[in-house]
Ligand binder design. Sequence first.
Ligand code: GDP
Length: 304
Amino acid sequence: ETLDKGLEKSKTTFFTKLNKAVAGKSKVDDDVLDNLEEILVASDVGVNTTLKIIDRIEERVARDKYLGTAELNQILREEIAGLLSEVDSGNATEFTVPKDKKPYVVMVVGVNGVGKTTTIGKLASQFKKQGLSVVLGAADTFRAAAIDQLQIWADRVDVPMVRQEFGSDPASVAFDTLKSGVNQNADVIIIDTAGRLHNKVNLMNELTKIKRVMQKVVHDAPHDVLLVLDGSTGQNAFEQAKQFTNATEVTSLAVTKLDGTAKGGVVIGISDQFKIPVKYIGVGEGIDDLQVFNKFEFVDSFFK
Ligand code: GDP
């Protein structure tokens, strides 16, 4: 229900346009395919992924000789779902932390403004609701505001946060946080990192150092490198995904702000192009507005 509400804008745009494109037509022809291509690109699916989808539909038309527009919805659904990868949560509504990872360490990356702090707060709240103990680490030390902002969330969710002063070494904060988490027997540790895309080498060095230092405390940390992307920024989100995947091994994605945008299609393109599973989607500013990504639900919301 919340998902439907959250993705309303994407859904209306995509579905309405699609209906218009096939109005008065009984079969899928070049015209319909041209329109479909335009709609997918306008929905920020990305050119490569759009062409892939169009190719597959063309193949089906060629193979079956005839494709009715009535069937187009279903086929599009299948093709889009096939391109999306999700984290297998085993449960549609919440992510289950692996039992053999304690503490389970999540390193959160992403540029400023994408909703990184908010996502960390929402995550802490979700884990806490599952009965897990959570420790946050404020390793985005380049902005004083980032530390204070995260503190507000830590207080709100009522979880401890490890911090040092503004300007201190992010790797040192990460180290302290893991130490503290291990001492407290914490279940989950979430580390915020700075999202400065100053240059590729620096970003890579910074993230590599944080990881290396964390591994002195928890040898296989981080268990998840979660990249937060703002779904409303379309092609910028693509560009950021490119930069972060070049700098470090990103293991999952959180795509935020899908409530206020007609660009939900960006999830399809990014998931396809970078082969990183989407783990969460943000659908609002509230503490409960973070959902575990479910690809069938997501695709369905486009076509309802
Ligand atoms: P950060 O700089 O990446 O840490 O970004 P913040 O977490 O401070 O978020 C920036 C703004 O985006 C804030 O006003 C948040 O309330 C808002 N925000 C974050 N996630 C979402 C979301 O899923 N939907 C909406 N509508 N706003 C969001």
